[in-house]
Design a protein around this ligand. Sequence first.
Ligand SMILES: C[S@@+](CC[C@H](N)C(=O)[O-])C[C@H]1O[C@@H](n2cnc3c(N)ncnc32)[C@H](O)[C@@H]1O
Length: 316
Amino acid sequence: MMLGFTVTQSIGAAVRLGLPDLVSEGPRSASELASAAYADPDAVRRLLRTLASLGIFADEDGIIRHTTMSELLCTSATGSLAPQSLVLSGVHYRTWDAALESLQTGEAAFPKVYGAPFFDWLAGHPEEASAFNAAMAAGAAGRGARLLDRDWSSASSVVDVGGGTGAMLIRLLTQRPGLIGTVFDLPQVRPEALAAIEAAGLADRCSFAGGDFFKEVPAGADVYMMSSILHDWDDEAAGTVLGALRRAMTPRSRLVLLEHVVEPGNKPDQAKLLDLHMLMVLGGKERSEIEWRHLLAHADLDVITIGAGLIEAQPS
Ligand SMILES: C[S@@+](CC[C@H](N)C(=O)[O-])C[C@H]1O[C@@H](n2cnc3c(N)ncnc32)[C@H](O)[C@@H]1O
């Protein structure tokens, strides 16, 4: 477990060298791959041996082939994990340099390492912002699956608050032709979001609104969805976002949150790892059912359902 960082970095290095895409062009030896990647043959052989021992790539008599996991690291794979791996092994990884301070103060480590809060820093680093947006968009399909199962029959309008480049809303609107939607996010996300909406052929049913969800969100929608937003923030900041949402909601509006619900007990759970990562990057947290109920009640919202990554609430 203490060597866990070697896994994060080995995966990130393989993606940076372009090895998954090269293997997709055809299985070949580690030294051929190294030469195509302009890297050291012995070092690449050892990298691939390590990854193959974890099920990422397979080494069959010296020929490197894909496995289900290594395929997910190809840039063109559906739901590619390549962008996440770059963010986690890059900008996010270095955040943990200030982990001790973060644990001593309860505040985010990111500003101590990078000199500014995460989203402010991204605003000044467009390349890293694009990588982060791509990472979130790639994961949106998985996170959004539960959303599609929800009963949408009584809704006609939906706002995806902090919707990034719109991946999740685009998927929802594609499957529910009766819905119109708005992606709400920081103004700098607009160009990438509009390009994605246009590319999906949804320009007539989907718009983008730029703004700050701590202040105001578009009013009067039937459904407000927020995916992986409130876990970015501590209770005070999350309460402010919920306050802005509550002011925008009508008495009949619904709030749908796609978030982890941390189970009690000592079972291994990715949410517990992410909880610490959220603390480091943003001062945020993953919440238990009791914590969700408390946070929502404080914002004058009643929980309708909670569990399996989806929480639905309505105005009290
Ligand atoms: C963790 S990402 C989640 C993206 C998307 N909902 C998803 O699940 O893939 C957080 C999003 O919140 C947006 N965001 C951060 N601060 C914001 C603010 N003050 N107002 C509006 N959006 C904000 C970011 O630009 C980013 O797209």
